[in-house]
Design a protein around this ligand. Structure first.
Ligand code: SAH
Ligand code: SF4
Length: 450
């Protein structure tokens, strides 16, 4: 008898889903939840109460992997007390070079291993679970996620829609193209239909997801990301459309024009720069120079007044010297990003940069990130203070996470705003006067409702 079916016929089965990593993983977990509920499982919020625990993993940095390993250690102890528990590990980590073998060696309690691009195989993998050996079903071409997979979305105002799978850029530090496979765009009709369905179900903001969304359509040949945005801007009922992540190399003027002309297309671009030195950008294989990046920022700001600009920056890339790092600080001072995700470079198995000899000592990487974070915090605070006195449009999302007595929502430019208000404003567009700018958010009061 297989262990996945070890419960009496007809008994209710419960799953617990644990997610690490980016928004794409968060949305993949919504699909996993949809698939499991289609199989008759019900969600529980504690592993102790579950028959099946699924971990959706990230491996973009070692720290993300270590969180998965720590969780698997805990689950191993739980399984000794609860032998019928089935443990499935999916997402990016198992697809990373050598990781599936390592998982099996270190964590014999794992029953199923699957990849980020073959979530749809989970039911058949679970059906094959038997005591004693893991069922391994990693993603390999030409297998592709089919259209129409169910998703159990978080209720509320905002929803995610995947527009492309994978990445074909092969930045020299990055594991994503290896673990998520090459770029593939979903058919535009399927995306439009999904967004229409979300609008009918009351979602007000849609975020289009892809590792490099502005490469959308390159593999289809007859459509670009700008065309897709134009079509989505016409879907009735959707108040706001966002997208992430944009690659600076593929951000063309036509896309800027479409953003400027769109009604529901938000003026926010998450535009990872990674570094400010041309030598480093070249070795990273990013495909643009600092001058091209700064020029793109100028064009965005000229065409989209008030555009929010956020970024990802990495310090301590192999060979990065003090002058290169200064160039990054200088670029940050020139652009004055609204916010930045900052990372210490981390060598990833299988990526070219991991094998390069000029690795920067950890204490140098740590000092650089401290300097970078201090600079960016100062700029974020100054940018946010400059909002004081303005009246901005906010889509109300719900109670603030830090103060449940107040509401929160974002400006079109992606700034988080916290303000007093009644819960019937949730899902509505309101106008808020900004009273105070903080490092990571704005505070205000509603001056016009609905
Ligand atoms: N597709 C997106 C980002 C994917 S990964 C893009 O191209 O921008 C998210 C961020 O993690 C990257 O932007 C990068 O800053 C960081 N990152 C990726 N690989 C890393 C590594 N090996 N070490 C440290 N940070 C890394
Ligand atoms: Fe990684 Fe570069 Fe692709 Fe982003 S564009 S996912 S950083 S390879």
């Amino acid at each position: 008898m297989t262990r996945a079916c070890a419960l009496p016929e007809g008994a209710q089965r419960f799953y617990h889903l644990i997610t690490f990593g980016c928004q794409m993983n968060d949305h993949d977990s919504e699909v996993l939840a949809g698939i499991l509920e289609g199989m008759g499982y019900r969600a529980v919020d504690r592993a102790e109460a579950a028959d099946l625990v699924v971990i959706n993993t990230c491996c973009v940095r070692a720290s993300a992997e270590n969180k998965v390993y720590a969780r698997l250690g805990e689950l191993g102890r739980l399984k000794r007390r609860k032998p019928h528990l089935v443990i499935a590990v999916g997402g990016c980590l198992p697809q990373r070079e050598g990781a599936a073998e390592e998982l099996m060696r270190r964590f014999p309690q794992v029953d199923v291993i699957f990849g980020a691009r073959n979530l749809h195989r989970l039911p058949e993998l679970l059906a094959r679970v038997a005591a004693g050996r893991p069922v391994v079903g990693l993603w390999a071409p030409p297998d592709e996620p089919p259209e129409g997979l169910p998703a159990r979305r978080a209720p509320g105002v905002k929803a995610w829609v995947t527009v492309m799978y994978g990445c074909s850029n092969f930045c020299s530090y990055c594991v994503v193209p290896f673990v998520r496979g090459p770029e593939r765009s979903r058919p535009p009709e399927a995306i439009v239909a999904e967004v229409e369905d979300l609008a009918r179900r009351g979602y007000r903001e849609v975020t289009l997801l892809g590792q490099n969304v502005n490469a959308y359509g390159r593999d289809l040949g007859n459509i670009t990301f700008a065309d897709l945005l134009r079509r989505l801007d016409r879907v009735s009922g959707v108040m706001r459309i966002r997208f992430t992540t944009s690659h600076p190399r593929d951000f063309d003027d036509r896309l800027i024009e479409v953003l400027a002309a769109g009604r529901h297309l938000c003026e926010h671009v998450h535009l990872p720069v990674q570094a400010g030195s041309n030598r480093v950008l070249g070795r990273m294989n990013r495909g643009y120079t600092r001058e091209q990046y700064l020029d793109l920022v100028d064009r965005l700001r000229a065409a989209l007044p008030g555009v929010g600009l956020t970024t990802d920056i990495m310090v301590g890339f192999p060979g990065e010297d003090e002058e290169d790092f200064e160039a990054t600080l200088d670029l940050v001072r020139r652009v004055r990003f609204d916010a930045a995700f900052t990372f210490i470079y981390n060598p990833r198995p299988g990526t070219p940069a991991a094998a390069w000899p000029e690795q920067v000592p950890l204490e140098v990487r740590r000092r650089r990130i401290r300097e970078l974070i201090a600079l960016q915090r100062q700029i974020s605070l100054e940018n946010n203070r400059a909002e004081e006195g303005r009246v901005v449009e906010v889509l109300v999302e719900g109670p603030s996470e830090t103060d449940s007595g107040r509401l929160c929502g974002r400006t079109r430019s992606f700034k988080m705003v916290v303000f007093p208000g009644a819960s019937d404003l949730v899902g509505k567009l309101v106008r808020v006067e900004i009273l105070a700018g903080k490092v990571n958010h704005l505070e205000g009061r509603v001056v016009e409702q609905g």
